[in-house]
Design a protein around this ligand. Structure first.
Ligand code: ADP
Ligand code: MG
Length: 345
């Protein structure tokens, strides 16, 4: 029999790196957190630049509030946030971020640089971070109002993760999905996505509309068949807005963009419900384009889910899904009957 292993506590840096690697599993996870920070900071224009699918370089520039220079010292430490003071606040949280973990996590697994300027400050400040801490004193410099965050060499110290993310092209696809989704949902905000040194891949104007942005991102074949849907239910404290393609459109893959309380999420049960409604109207194995924005009582949604837990949980799921189904069904029925009437006329 062998000797028992000696149990030792891992050092803090390693613990934090492991935790960070769980929160950020691929470049698009990091980008989603950074976009949400820019939106929280009331940005109206967000420019994203990417090298090698975000694995080498991921930069996001916004024109939001900026970060106060006196906060730059601690901004990348774990659990530092300007958005939450008491646990009780979690119940009513209206901003995306609340954990104060995104910047910290990124700084443990990448080279992170912040360049930021508030409107009240005479100059911008630049600071680089490693393992949650400033690498060197921050430096005053020139810069516009807002914040530019640069993430370089993501996973440089997480070898296993780096090896498992082999394809920059695939990572870029995920980045496109995240940027496209947020651009449609936040149509008043301008989004630009480009590869470093190349032409722009995606650009939506400031103060655009949902349909216009769907046209820009997904093409006119989808945009011209879109119908708005809307539903309020006071007993379930539910508001549903969105747009869905009518029965003239179908595609073998389909698209489902789901936002719950303005966070891009996934819900297998909502996905299935929507598919089951469309299956009566569309050819076999064909799918629709569906964008849904659900607003639920924050007390009924588990916002405290892990950032990579894309799959969201909420109370009264069955009743809410029934409402969504009947809303979509009646919309499809009404457009279908108009079509029949046209062909008969
Ligand atoms: P959280 O968003 O949960 O508060 P983060 O680690 O994502 O945690 O961000 C920490 C803090 O840094 C935020 O609370 C906010 O004050 C500030 N911050 C981060 N990104 C930006 C940004 N783009 N513009 C202004 N402030 C920002
Ligand atoms: Mg955040």
């Amino acid at each position: 029999m062998g000797e028992p292993g000696i149990i030792r506590k891992l050092n803090e840096e390693v613990i934090n790196r492991i935790a960070a690697g769980e929160i950020v599993q691929r470049p698009s996870n990091a980008l989603k957190e950074l976009i949400e920070n820019s939106l929280d900071a009331k940005a109206t224009n967000i420019i994203i630049t990417v090298k090698a699918g975000g694995l080498k370089y991921l930069q996001i520039q916004d024109n939001g509030t900026g970060i106060r220079s006196e906060d730059l010292e601690i901004v990348c430490e774990r659990f530092t946030t300007s958005k939450l003071r008491e646990y009780e606040d979690l119940k009513e949280i209206a901003t995306y971020g609340f954990r104060g973990e995104a910047l910290s996590s990124i700084s443990h697994i990448a080279h992170l640089t912040i360049l930021t300027k508030t409107a009240a400050s005479k100059c911008a400040y630049k600071a680089s971070y490693e393992n949650g801490k400033l690498k060197a004193p921050m430096k005053p410099c020139a810069g516009n109002n807002g914040t530019q965050i640069t993430v370089e060499d993501l996973f440089y110290n997480v070898i296993a993760r780096k090896k498992s993310l082999r394809s920059p092209t695939e990572e870029y696809t995920h980045i496109m999905e995240v940027v496209g989704g947020y651009a449609i949902h936040n149509s008043h905000v301008g989004f630009t996505l480009k590869k470093f040194g190349e032409n722009t891949d995606l650009k939506t104007p400031i103060n655009s509309s949902v349909i216009e942005n769907v046209r820009i991102i997904h093409g006119n074949a989808i945009a011209r068949e879109l119908m708005d849907i809307e539903l309020h239910d006071s007993s379930l404290k539910l508001t549903l807005r969105g747009c869905i393609t009518n029965v003239n459109y179908s595609h073998k893959k389909g698209t489902m963009l789901l936002f719950i309380n303005h966070r891009l999420v996934d819900s297998l049960s909502i996905r299935k419900a929507v598919d089951s409604i469309y299956s009566t109207y569309l050819p076999k194995n064909a799918h629709a384009f569906v964008y849904l924005s659900l607003e639920l009582d924050p007390r009924n949604v588990d916002v405290n889910v892990h950032p990579t837990k894309h799959e969201v949980q909420f109370l009264y799921e069955e009743q809410i899904i029934e409402k969504i189904k009947s809303c979509i069904e009646s919309k499809l029925l009404s457009c279908n009957s108009t079509r029949v009437m046209y062909t008969q006329a």
